[in-house]
Ligand binder design. Structure first.
Ligand SMILES: Cc1cc2nc3c(=O)[nH]c(=O)nc-3n(C[C@H](O)[C@H](O)[C@H](O)COP(=O)(O)OP(=O)(O)OC[C@H]3O[C@@H](n4cnc5c(N)ncnc54)[C@H](O)[C@@H]3O)c2cc1C
Length: 287
């Protein structure tokens, strides 16, 4: 299928973007990497009158180490995150997750901001920003606004972003020396959207698990934080008993719906498998 016809404009400043959003209202749509939007246009799931291309807006791209955080501009491509030595050193969860996103050609074009804004429950970055307790930075003509990632994803493809806002960056709090992280997912083929994935962040001190953040993708309409499993493991050493207790807690809090290939109970089972694997990695430090 071909997309419906649309106008196209490439503004050169954020103020121009805000003016265009105000002028076109619902008919205007931001385009970043285009890796999701163009597919939805071609499938006629979306019919904007004008695409507002933010590739020419300065200051939206790049990775920097700040006093308290790593800041990644919204227009930073998935592959830039994947290849960044700064990310490998300071936000390894993102480095280990990036290769799971689609295929290289898509990672070269797709952006962090586009993935966060689209809020696909099977996407990797929404899961990671919640696990890393990141702030989503949005801008509008009213100024800048920061929202915690856990509060940003509201419902299926629905976020806390207002119609006149765009995402300009994500800010990731720096990890402590004892913080460890791990990511893994199960997909039918490398590059496919995952059936189930898990991002895990924890402080490990004398083998004890502290401040766990376990966030699943593919388990609900938004990234799903496994609070009960986290509580079952908090302050504990990982043993067969504590793992069994965490899996039991997990089974009570995950309520995935079936997708085209997997039933809800199957996904819940896969979630428990992922949990066991990732906890093992976190303790041994293996990747
Ligand atoms: C075949 C295929 C496989 C894929 N597999 C995966 C996968 O396994 N995992 C995964 O996570 N993704 C996958 N993707 C999606 C890909 O990662 C996209 O790049 C990403 O989801 C969207 O980023 P984008 O920059 O291309 O956004 P676009 O397609 O340009 O935009 C997507 C949406 O976000 C809005 N938007 C974009 N940027 C901003 C912004 N800064 N502020 C506000 N709104 C904005 C747009 O208006 C649009 O509604 C796949 C895509 C394809 C085509």
């Amino acid at each position: 299928m071909k997309s419906p016809s649309f106008d196209y404009i490439k503004p050169a400043s954020l103020n121009d973007v805000f003016a265009l959003l105000a002028q076109h209202g619902d008919g205007g749509r931001i385009i970043a990497g285009g890796q999701t939007l163009l597919a939805t246009l071609n499938m006629r799931l979306s019919e904007p009158q004008i695409l507002i291309d933010i590739n020419g807006v300065p200051g939206l791209s790049g990775i920097s180490l700040q006093e308290n955080c790593v800041r990644i501009g919204a227009m930073t491509r998935h592959s830039e995150i994947e290849e960044s030595s700064l990310i490998a050193q300071h936000m390894p969860l993102l480095a280990m997750t990036a290769p799971h996103i689609a295929h290289k050609a898509i990672r070269n074009k797709g952006t962090l901001g586009g993935s966060i804004a689209f809020a696909d429950p099977a996407a990797e970055w929404p899961c990671c920003v919640v696990a890393l307790d990141a702030l989503i930075v949005m801008a509008s003509k009213r100024g800048l606004r920061r929202v915690k990632a856990i509060d940003f994803f509201l419902e299926l493809y629905t976020t806390a972003m207002d119609a006149d806002e765009i995402i300009v960056a994500c800010e990731f709090p720096l990890m402590t020396a004892t913080t460890r992280c791990a990511f893994d997912e199960l997909a039918r083929r490398q590059g496919d959207y995952a059936i189930v994935g898990l991002a895990a962040v924890v402080r490990v001190e004398q083998q004890t698990l502290n401040d766990l953040r376990l966030v699943f993708l593919g388990m609900g309409n938004i990234p799903v934080r496994a609070y009960a499993a986290e509580a079952a493991l908090e302050g504990k050493v990982l043993t067969a008993q504590t793992l069994a207790a965490a899996k039991m807690a997990l089974a009570g809090e995950l309520h995935p719906v079936a997708d085209l290939y997997n039933s809800g109970p199957m996904k819940r089972h896969l979630g428990a498998v992922m949990l066991g694997r990732l906890l093992e990695k976190l303790i041994t430090g293996a990747h």
